[in-house]
Design a protein around this ligand. Structure first.
Ligand code: HEC
Ligand code: HEC
Ligand code: HEC
Ligand code: HEC
Length: 484
């Protein structure tokens, strides 16, 4: 007692005599420490899971090297397969997206004029899910008979890597689409993104690999997180079919990334090789049609900047029976906001939807403004031709229209109505409208110099049918009279 210690500070049995024994204190400290460590681990796993290398799942039945049948892979990976199979649902609708086959030409007859002379003026439907890829490409009016490039199969089927291995890549592209119909039957699936032995993500399409090489990069050095976007970029990118007899290439699928992945870099490349997909018969302008540059536009946006991948939003994690897996029902994230966006953004579902639609509505309005200017520019050039202007004095206006339309379509053809990179989308649409108006100003001045004082009268193109009829007059002859 002379030590002046309180009983609790004593040793031995005196510990057990106090109201709050020391061992209990120690236990609480240890418990709290353990909880902190566990919470830390949990937080770490939440933050890091995007980068987490997926351990190869236990392979029950070995999968053959070129196995194209998704159901066979599904025997080993039922959750991934069953969620993949839901890409069959084609009735979903969002304000600007969803999986139902929205008819763009019906909704927006101007596109019939802008794509005049090209297959997209006949049929242009919104994409459905991966499950329909083979069916939809087989049905579309854009595939020509009896001969069409086999290249069109490239992004549609798990049979493609197998056929490329069998035939050779060059030979595959050079073949006739219709000759491969019996070989290519399985829609986009496991084979396209996974190595059957390790289940690691892999690139199966040569065009993306070659595009990286052309930019001086090695795709094998891509990080795991980049791979979660690059598997999509194999198909969701801008491309063209390269034919070069000297190099023995016919309809060789090529990404125009040699000078970079921006709009300016691609146009510089296309202008350099004087490439065009078609000549618009209204204005006589050689046009390049961008094809869904989803990956390239995404690269210019905030989410790419923050190292977020396509899979983070379009293939969120899900838990079923205590097992965490990747949802393979690739679709609009607006149909599953709580699993996709809300994992990172603690905003309400309504707010998230509202912000997306707010961005999209603005982009869509800017798109219509650019479109209006473009349609008029095509007609103004046609009017100058009807007034007797020759090709040489129209070259500058046509070049402006070519560049304007590429920018408009870069946004229009890209899925997501600008959401993937709102500022870049608005910049391109602003430039597009400006270039189209410049072409119109050039023509107005030209008409002035030619002594034409009346303004062109634009025909009624308010429906798809009316627009189609006007286009036919330009394909078959001098076109609807613009100075009646
Ligand atoms: C930050 C989340 C996010 C990322 C990352 C993302 N997307 Fe999207 N994506 C969206 C949203 C939101 C939409 C708009 C959906 C709608 O309008 O219904 C969309 C739409 C789409 C659509 C059209 C879907 C539809 O139903 O209309 C496709 C295709 C698409 N994205 C592909 C991609 C690809 C490929 C990548 C990667 C290069 C990517 N997305 C990256 C959020 C994302
Ligand atoms: C468009 C590309 C794509 C297709 C097609 C695809 N996957 Fe995946 N898969 C992914 C991505 C991305 C991940 C996430 C991988 C990661 O982050 O490591 C993934 C993950 C997986 C995993 C790891 C476990 C998990 O759920 O995260 C398995 C197993 C798997 N997929 C099986 C399949 C099967 C079976 C099919 C065909 C029915 C298939 N995948 C089709 C892209 C794809
Ligand atoms: C092998 C080529 C290929 C790959 C790989 C691929 N896609 Fe697609 N994707 C397509 C095609 C083709 C369509 C249109 C199918 C149709 O309309 O029949 C499509 C359609 C879509 C749609 C529209 C479906 C809907 O419900 O709105 C989305 C979203 C989409 N893809 C996202 C992705 C994402 C994200 C990835 C990567 C994880 C990816 N795709 C990988 C070729 C591919
Ligand atoms: C993996 C995490 C992640 C996911 C999933 C994700 N985001 Fe983001 N988002 C971010 C980050 C990080 C930023 C950038 C924040 C910053 O740098 O200020 C961002 C930025 C944004 C912004 C811009 C905010 C601003 O103030 O400009 C919007 C809008 C947005 N996200 C919407 C969405 C939507 C919609 C989805 C789902 C389709 C989604 N995000 C999915 C992480 C994510």
């Amino acid at each position: 007692m002379a030590t002046g210690r309180t009983p609790n500070q004593g040793k031995g049995s005196s510990r057990q005599t106090g109201p709050f024994p020391l061992w209990a204190g120690a236990a609480i400290v240890i418990l709290v420490a353990a909880v902190i460590v566990l919470l830390g681990l949990l937080a770490f796993s939440i933050v890091e899971r995007r980068w987490e290398a997926q351990r190869p799942a236990l392979v029950v039945t070995p999968i053959a090297e070129w196995e194209p049948n998704n159901a066979v892979w599904g025997q080993n990976y039922p959750r991934e397969y069953e969620s993949y199979a839901r890409t069959r649902i084609d009735t979903t609708k969002t304000k600007f997206g969803g999986a139902f086959p929205r008819d763009y030409l019906e909704e927006d007859p101007y596109q019939v004029l802008l794509f005049a002379g090209y297959g997209f003026s006949k049929e242009y439907l919104q994409a459905r899910g991966h499950y329909y890829a083979v069916e939809d490409v087989s049905k579309t009016k854009r595939i020509k008979t009896p001969v069409n490039a086999a290249t069109c199969w490239t992004c549609k089927s798990t049979d493609v890597p197998r056929m490329m291995a069998k035939m050779g890549v060059k030979e595959f592209y050079a073949a006739n689409f219709h000759d491969l119909k019996n070989e290519i039957t399985h829609p986009i699936g496991c084979q396209d993104c996974h190595d059957p032995k390790t289940m690691k993500l892999r690139i199966t399409r040569p065009a993306l690999r070659e595009a990286f090489t052309a930019m001086g990069r090695d795709i094998n050095e891509a990080t795991h997180q980049e791979m979660r976007s690059l598997v999509c970029a194999q198909c969701h990118s801008e491309y063209y079919f390269k034919t070069d007899a000297a190099a023995g290439l016919k309809n060789y699928l090529t990404f125009p990334w040699h000078k970079g992945t921006t709009v300016e870099a691609m146009l510089e490349y296309y202008d350099g090789i004087e490439f065009s997909d078609y000549v618009n018969p209204i204005s006589g302008t050689p046009i390049v049609k961008p094809q869904h540059p989803d990956y390239e536009l995404f690269l210019t946006g905030i989410h790419s900047y923050r190292d977020i991948s396509c899979a983070d939003c379009h293939m969120p994690y899900r838990t079923e029976g205590g097992v965490k897996f990747t949802d393979h029902h690739v679709q609009s994230p607006l149909l599953d906001i709580s699993s996709s966006c809300a994992v990172c953004h603690r905003w309400s579902e309504d707010e998230i939807r509202g912000r997306v639609e707010g961005i999209q509505t603005k982009v869509s309005e800017a798109m219509m403004a650019a479109e209006e200017a473009l349609v008029r520019a095509h007609f103004d050039i046609a009017a100058a031709v009807q007034a007797g202007a020759m090709d040489d004095v129209l070259a500058t206006a046509r070049q402006s229209v070519r560049h304007a339309q590429f920018r408009w379509d870069y946004v229009s053809a890209t899925n997501g109505m600008g959401f993937h990179a709102p500022q870049e989308a608005m910049r391109l649409l602003g430039e597009s409208a400006n270039l189209a108006q410049q072409a119109r100003l050039d023509i107005a001045r030209l008409l002035g110099r030619m002594g034409v004082t009346t303004t062109p009268q634009y025909p009624d193109v308010s429906t798809r049918e009316k627009a189609w009829d006007v286009v036919q007059t330009f394909i078959q002859g001098e076109g609807t009279k613009l100075f009646p």
